[in-house]
Ligand binder design. Sequence first.
Ligand code: RAM
Length: 355
Amino acid sequence: MRKMTGLRLAALATAALATAALAMLSGCARQSPGAPGAAASGAPATPSTAPLRIGLVAKSLGNGFFDAVHKGGDEAARELGGVQIIFTGPTTPTAEGQIEVLDALIAQHVDAIAVSANDPDALVPTLRKAMQRGIKVLSYDSAVAPEGRIVHLAPSSDPLIGDTCLQLAAAAAPKGQGQAAILSATPTSTNQNAWIGAMQAAAPRYPALKIIATVYGDDLSDKSYRETVALLKRYPDLAVIIAPTSVGIVAAAKAVEDEHLTGKVYVTGLGLPSEMAGHVHAGSVKSFAIWNPIDLGYSVVQLAVQLVHGARGGPGATLSIGRMGQVTFDAAGSGPMGKPFTYDAANVAQFAAVF
Ligand code: RAM
């Protein structure tokens, strides 16, 4: 458990750094002291034009996935010029924490808000208020319900992600069969719930795999670890744990290794190569998948800037996402970017250097 405490501390330290960055920026007229954990970055505007400000909101701070999203957002801001990214989020992944952060961004009159939602519905009234005040609102990664945003940028299609998770689980399970359990993020997280739904829909195609439980680690390392240990004790015949969360998958792999179950129970799901390489090497993980979160952050900032400049978003629209090409939004105003990519012992080290 010692290393988990370290992980948690690392998360808290990152949040503290973000808060320190806010303290340093609090003298700046553009930065509201009310924005918890906000850090502003991006290219300066020309002296005569105020920069366009985009609030890029994470499910929580201290999560490496969103740090990579931030990196991509900054890249788009540099490329476009005159765009300032205010990267922010609550310290833990709750809708209440995000509402506080969103209210602070509204008070600053930012030009656009892009949010990965901890709850599809709870943020809607606050985001509607933002839109009424002329702020362009988008969700990315984890969707807000259509009435609370103009468009949603999905990393990939939900059915494809669900099927990929089951494919990897079947490949990991000894002889492709046995009991599987899902370790998710928070119970209200839009993206994980959609992916779990997609796994359930795909399950008949993998009849040798039996999904016997779904538990929630809330995208907190220590809770995810404890939930995994409890699963391992409760289901001694468990063959695979599927964690469709970059926080949960690391904690689950660590728990399997600490419980000396490497080689008996395998962990798969969605994770960052930089955080997973050690676990692939240790043997608790054979393979896992993810899309590039840097590209996701880059693309959502590209979209936000176009909406601010008057582009029409919403159902049926096709918008440019810079070096990533274009995205077309479906009837619900949701647009997928690409396909998840699979990592294993052959390629994980190479990508670990990127995200
Ligand atoms: C976690 C978050 C995020 C998800 C990734 C895969 O970092 O829950 O929303 O997309 O995992």
